[in-house]
Design a protein around this ligand. Structure first.
Ligand code: MG
Length: 347
């Protein structure tokens, strides 16, 4: 009797478990009409002496040429230098960030810590790869025979998760991070809907398996989350050591969309003002945090930069392009089609 009850109990528990798991609904098995995956040239892996090539569908952020895709955190030109095909941190020059914003993505970053090494613990070959515009750091450090605290060692999620193993190469040797990043999601009121997630391979070795971040990373303090847009720039840390980087690329995941760029506040402020199409048609452009907002036809459209002078809304197919024509600052507003209506900024 007791055995029967036990079996029934186990069966009941299994049924309850089965009912609570939502599995995806797939097309017919071997469906001949199912779209084939797009073809992507996978590029070339790096060798110790030669940087590799990014997959064909990646956004290449640095390929040994120039730092055109990077700026200082305030949007000014960066003082980091390019030397021998590598982008090098100039101590004291500050972090660098990408102009383009990224949300969920696969990212590839290569770095080399200084040889010969200087300093010890956190003072030796320190830098970092940041998601969320400086909020979430994957530590870069010379952790080759250099003891420090576990959650600050190379490939740690700083002050949160040590790597599963220390797969570091010696100072001066090129190392790789292959990162799968899932951005945190927030609702309109700023409440956390889902946390950031990270999977990381360091030199090809798995060191984080889909870990859940508990909020912003930081020295001494950790978390909580502070609401932010899903897409933000990547950044690299200046921690006072001349760490070098090469072969940096990102593949955006999730829904395809327009590229988004993070422009400095003063650039956005330069576009703000009252634009007049004609006597009856006025558009007010203001800045709200990192976005331009258009008040048009009684509606407020929050827009995102798709280039240094073009913006789009995500709720309606509304776009605007700013230009200087002679002495006039003008904007071309368009809805649903190309071209646009010219509006001149009032003095
Ligand atoms: Mg660091």
């Amino acid at each position: 009797m007791k055995t029967s009850l036990l079996i029934l109990g186990v069966l009941g528990a299994n049924c309850a478990f089965a009912a609570s798991v939502q599995l995806p609904t797939l097309p017919l098995g071997h469906d001949r009409t199912r779209p084939l995956p797009p073809v992507v040239n996978p590029g070339q892996p790096s060798t110790p002496d030669q940087a590799g090539k990014a997959p064909a569908d990646a956004v290449v952020l640095f390929d040994g040429g120039d730092v055109a895709k990077w700026v200082a955190m305030n949007g000014e030109p960066t003082k980091w230098i390019v030397k021998d095909g590598a982008m090098e941190c100039v101590p004291g020059s500050g972090y660098v960030r990408t102009l383009q914003c990224f949300g969920d993505c696969q990212a590839h970053v290569e770095f080399a810590t200084p040889k010969p090494p200087h300093g010890s613990s956190q003072g030796r070959g320190n830098s970092g790869v940041f998601f969320g515009l400086g909020r979430y750091e994957i530590q870069v450090l010379d952790s080759y025979e250099n003891k420090t605290y576990a959650d600050g060692s190379c490939a740690s999620v700083y002050n949160q998760y040590p790597p599963l193993v220390n797969a570091s190469r010696p100072p001066g040797a090129w190392q790789t991070y292959d990162i799968l990043w899932t951005s945190p999601r927030f609702d309109a009121a700023g409440k956390l809907l889902s946390p950031a997630r990270l999977t990381l391979f360091h030199n090809g070795v798995l060191v984080h398996n889909n870990v859940e971040l508990i909020g912003d990373t930081g020295w001494v303090t950790r978390g909580p989350y502070h609401a932010h847009p899903e897409k933000l720039p990547l950044a690299l840390q200046d921690h006072g050591n001349p760490v070098r980087y090469r072969n940096i690329w990102v593949r955006e995941l999730g829904q395809p969309g327009k590229p988004e760029f993070y422009l400095a506040d003063k650039v956005l402020d330069g576009f703000a003002g009252r634009y007049q199409v004609n006597q009856d048609w006025i558009v007010d452009v203001t800045r709200r945090d990192g976005n331009l907002v258009f008040k048009w036809a009684g509606e407020n459209f929050v827009t995102f930069a798709m280039s240094p002078n073009r913006f789009f809304a995500k709720t309606t197919d509304v776009q605007v392009e700013f230009k200087t024509e002679g002495n006039d600052q003008v904007a071309y507003f368009s809805v649903g089609e190309d071209g646009g209506t010219r509006a001149k900024r009032l003095k």
